[in-house]
Design a protein around this ligand. Structure first.
Ligand SMILES: [Zn+2]
Length: 287
């Protein structure tokens, strides 16, 4: 790996229990690999607390808080109190949240209500939504529901446009699905974030649509500790430093140099997740 690349992991769950034993080493490897941007997103009330704690100790990182669709029912009663804290300066985005019909851990009505509550806070604060969306197999029912909810929500209305101005209002995190879905997401102003999912045979559609994503609407992520990709040093646990492998995969398919793409993605990150805190303190590189 080239440590001079500005590596961007727009989605790494460093607060996950699976990093408890060696979190500092994982962070050291990430910095050694050239990382300058890391967003730690959450999936529950407890993981939101964990994200804030890590970002306060490592101020070059950013946090997102929210409740994953898997917890749309069991954490519904905690949601309002959690989201009330979303104006904290370390929090640059809301999520992850969205729709998941692959594992269906919560009834769809609860998932939609959970998503709508997050959208409302995102629009109020002008902080973008981090959206998870998975359907089973080749189905696209989760994607249909997600686009429908976005279309009927304030995030695509005049109020949403006023809140975000020129900035993308949401991120399709670990983007997966058809070219049609991706272009609908782009048409609504979203950004497409690619993870190690791109390496899976069932996600082969990505190799086609990855070329059509405008350069300024692309992000890279790991979704660590999940979604380890071929070539990851530990096939059972992904970590943010591995984002270099996904970056190389994208650069090859788009016929762009890794250096060029890394710079563009780092610039995208700063536009999508503007900070109210300075980037200099504790940053591996302030650039
Ligand atoms: Zn995630």
């Amino acid at each position: 790996m080239n440590p001079r690349l500005p590596l961007t992991d727009a989605h790494g769950h460093l607060q996950a229990e699976r990093f408890d034993a060696d979190r500092e080493e994982v962070i050291a490897r990430l910095i050694a690999a050239g990382a300058t941007r890391l967003l730690v997103p959450s999936w529950s009330t407890e993981s939101s607390r964990g994200a804030l704690e890590i970002v306060r100790a490592n101020p070059w990182m950013d946090a997102a808080i929210g409740i994953h669709p898997h917890h749309a029912t069991d954490e519904a009663h905690e949601r309002a109190a959690l989201l009330e804290g979303a104006d904290a300066p370390e929090i640059v985005a809301i999520g992850e949240t969205g729709i998941d019909t692959k594992r269906n851990f919560a009834p769809i009505a609860d998932q939609v209500a959970n998503l709508e509550a997050h959208i409302e806070v995102a629009v109020q604060l002008g902080k973008p939504l981090i959206l998870h969306c998975r359907s089973a197999g080749d189905a696209d029912d989760a994607q249909r529901q997600l686009i429908k909810t976005l279309n009927e929500s304030p995030i695509t209305s005049a109020r949403g446009r006023a809140a975000f101005q020129d900035r993308p209002p949401f991120i399709l995190h670990s983007a997966s699905g058809s070219a049609e879905y991706i272009s609908e997401g782009l048409a609504l102003g979203g950004v497409v974030s690619l993870s190690g999912l791109v390496f899976r045979p069932e996600e082969r559609a990505t190799a086609d649509w990855v070329r059509s994503i405008p350069l300024d609407r692309l992000l890279t992520e790991t979704d660590a500790p999940w979604l380890a990709m071929p070539g990851a040093p530990d096939p059972n646990r992904n970590e943010p430093a591995n984002v270099a492998l996904t970056l190389a995969w994208i650069a090859e398919r788009r016929d762009e140099s890794i250096e060029f793409l890394a710079e563009a993605i780092s610039t995208n990150y700063d536009r999508v997740f503007p900070r109210s805190r300075p980037r200099t303190d504790g940053s591996p590189r302030s650039a």
